[in-house]
Design a protein around this ligand. Structure first.
Ligand code: NI
Ligand code: MN
Length: 226
């Protein structure tokens, strides 16, 4: 499995010969100005919720690649109206077996209005279950007890967790989340992009290490074999 970081909460994951892309927000992210949006591969685009910093480049990438967009029913319906051709609607608690593995759309504690003010349904996160690795992309969320359910049901090898605070959980709550999830490999997201979500990287690594969790910051543009 290969993981590429495109800034904010946007990751590419190559698994079982498929390219998954989570929450593309690149062309409007000044920190990701070196990333060429028009060269990112995608067979599936997974959208956690409707906020612009998770959905900004969905249409552009879906149009070029013909990728299938996976999100909640309200968001996929809105994207279809915007001209996205291939979508797979889901809702909280539901799972579907795709050709790369199973996807479960799970609860997130947040909000989800779309950029034009349309109803973006309920925000979520994704648990991806494949024979090689089960992993979790939390989207934007507070710490919640529901994360214990994921830890009970899945043996996660990796979790993408927001750590930026203010709009989502911060470092301390993300450490607690990794314990609820029973996951000791975490890649942080949703930090540093805006003034309100700047974090101290050393402090974050130290706090996770104290809980025996490895926090791996990725550089924007970096690809890593996991
Ligand atoms: Ni959000
Ligand atoms: Mn966000």
């Amino acid at each position: 499995m290969k993981v590429s970081y495109y800034g904010h909460s946007c990751f590419g994951v190559e698994i079982n010969g498929r390219h998954l892309l989570f929450d593309p927000f690149i062309s409007e992210n000044p920190l990701a100005s070196d990333i060429d949006v028009d060269r990112i591969p995608a067979d599936y685009i997974l959208v956690s919720h409707g906020h612009y910093d998770h959905i900004a480049d969905v249409k552009r990438i879906a149009k070029r690649t013909g990728a299938t967009v996976i999100s909640n029913f309200e968001i996929t319906t809105w994207l279809e109206k915007e001209g996205v051709e291939k979508v797979h609607p889901m809702n909280i608690g539901g799972q579907w077996a795709f050709d790369f593995g199973k996807v479960k759309y799970v609860n997130a504690v947040h909000s989800s209005a779309l950029p034009d003010g349309s109803n973006g349904g309920n925000p979520g996160g994704f648990v991806i279950d494949t024979p090689q690795c089960a992993f979790y992309h939390a989207g934007d969320t507070a710490l919640s007890m529901d994360m214990q359910l994921i830890g009970r049901q899945c043996d996660l090898c990796l979790a993408f967790l927001p750590i930026g605070d203010n709009f989502t959980m911060g470092i301390d709550d993300a450490v607690q989340a990794s314990s609820f999830l029973k996951c000791n490999h975490v890649i942080p997201m949703h930090y540093d992009t805006f003034e309100l979500i700047r974090v101290d990287h050393d402090e974050a690594v130290r706090k996770f290490r104290n809980a025996e969790v490895e926090l791996k910051f990725m550089e924007i543009g970096e690809t890593r074999e996991m």
